[in-house]
Design a protein around this ligand. Structure first.
Ligand code: CTP
Length: 446
């Protein structure tokens, strides 16, 4: 019996997939089809898969060509499968010519002709019109955003807005965008969604205007410096059926999502304490160290450290206390925010003028989770127990700058095929704004 194997995502099952499976089956007597998991696709840079694994497998089965369907979930699996199942022919479409020549050491490799003019990507863009994103602000983070957006299918960054026209124009040229303007109304006319990457204190104002103009909003952290403003923004978004996401990058990256899932699984017992630290010594001339009103360690990095605290301990803390080391101008070089909860506690450490170990430590009644620096770009963490020889290690991919994950979630939510807001909920984002507000009030008093 001649055994054939092929692999694919088979998202939004189409004629090209059907033809490929038919031709693959015709190559032998028994066809095995490997369908990729969403996580595996994500790790190889294929974001925005629409159909669930279940649905994609079902579609493959319904063709009647597959004698067996397996799941592909890790790199290197193809070589294992070919040997394990005693495969004679490995086949994929002609878009992969050359890419699988290394499989020739195990079996025959056949590249089948690809059906022209159809692909999941094409269907995705027909089904969900391309989301035109405009960027407000042209600073460090905006510069990183545009190249990352290219990895997300279904979105295009086409415009930039900045009160300084020259900066907007330079940004437009650099990234070959269609529009650079200092006029928000002109800008809103050209886009479906906005990414707000302007100075912190302008986030709320821009988000309000954008939502008011009917645009979806992905807003850099902190979304707002007071709870009421954050509440108002989410209410506005809800009322207008728009997506509003606070762009705390870490929240959307696969490793961090996994860490939260594992922490909440009960593996370390009841979570009693979360300690998160993020410090980066900043240039004394930079905004972080010169802006007396909104600069400093906590406003800069607090959004990162608050994320695991609010996600794991909740938003309902009973006491909150800040201790800071301030510079001559009253800017905090280092801040500890201590939370007391009904059944636990948490500590955030952030700084622009004091260096510390940037780790995330989650302590429970049966063990603890340790994610070392840079935990906010989560690629690796360990679950440890009383017995030091017992240690579980978790690895995850973190592609490029990591911004692509939040962009992909933002797009999926706009398209409405998945709700990914659980990664950083409105409630958590509002609570973060409340903590910022309490901090700024306290600092202003000192
Ligand atoms: N395929 C094909 N003809 C097409 C599209 C896909 O023969 N028009 C083949 C691919 O070469 C591959 C298999 O179908 O062997 C599964 O491909 P997959 O990547 O799931 O589909 P695409 O439509 O190419 O997906 P995307 O647009 O997301 O890359």
């Amino acid at each position: 019996m001649k055994k054939v194997i092929t692999y694919g995502s088979f998202d939004l099952f189409h004629e090209g997939h059907y033809n490929l499976l038919k031709r693959a089956k015709a190559l032998g007597d028994y066809l095995i089809v490997g369908v990729t998991t969403e996580q595996y696709d994500e790790s190889r840079g294929k974001l925005n898969i629409v159909d669930s694994l279940d649905k994609r497998i079902e579609h493959v089965r319904q063709t009647g060509f597959a004698d067996e369907v397996i799941v592909e979930d890790h790199p290197g699996q193809k070589a294992e499968d070919v040997q394990k199942y005693g495969i004679d022919i490995f086949t994929v479409g002609s878009d992969w010519i050359g890419a699988f020549d290394h499989m020739k050491q195990y079996c025959q490799v056949v590249y089948l002709e690809r059906t022209k003019n159809i692909s999941s990507t094409v269907i995705r863009t027909q089904q969900y019109p391309i989301i035109r994103i405009g960027v407000i602000g042209t600073g460090r983070i905006a510069i990183r955003f545009v190249p990352e957006a290219k990895y997300v299918s279904g979105v295009i960054v086409n415009s930039v807005c900045n009160p300084c026209r020259t900066s907007a124009e330079q940004f437009r040229e650099r990234f070959e965008l269609d529009l650079a303007t200092d006029d928000l109304d002109v800008f809103f006319d050209a886009v479906d969604a906005v990414y707000i990457a302007s100075p912190h204190e302008t986030h709320y104002g821009y988000a309000r205007r954008a939502l008011g103009a009917g645009k979806h909003v992905l807003c850099e952290k902190p979304l707002a410096f007071c709870k009421k403003e954050a509440e108002e923004l989410y209410a506005l978004a809800l009322g207008k059926k728009l997506v509003l996401l606070e762009a705390v990058k870490t929240a959307y990256c696969p490793g961090f999502v996994q860490l939260i899932g594992i922490a909440k699984s009960g593996i370390i017992g009841k979570i009693c304490d979360v300690e998160a630290c993020f410090t980066r010594l900043a240039d004394k001339k930079r905004r972080e160290c010169t802006d007396v009103k909104y600069g400093g360690g906590f406003t800069e990095f607090g959004s990162h450290t608050l994320l695991p605290i609010l996600k794991l301990m909740g938003t309902d803390y009973q006491e909150l206390r800040f201790d800071s080391i301030l510079d001559r101008n009253g800017i905090d070089l280092y801040t500890k925010a201590s939370f007391v909860y009904e059944n636990g506690m948490a500590l955030s450490k952030s700084g622009v003028g004091v260096k510390s170990e940037g780790q995330l430590l989650i302590s429970g009644t049966q063990g603890y989770i340790l994610a070392e620096s840079p935990w906010w770009l989560t690629q690796y963490f360990e679950v440890r127990y009383e017995d030091p020889s017992r240690k579980e290690r978790y690895f995850s991919n973190f592609l490029g700058d990591g911004l692509r994950y939040e962009i992909s979630d933002f797009a999926a939510m706009i398209q409405g095929h998945q709700n990914r807001a659980f990664k950083f909920t409105a409630e958590e984002s509002i609570a973060a704004a409340g903590v910022m507000e309490a901090f700024l009030l306290k600092r202003a008093r000192e």
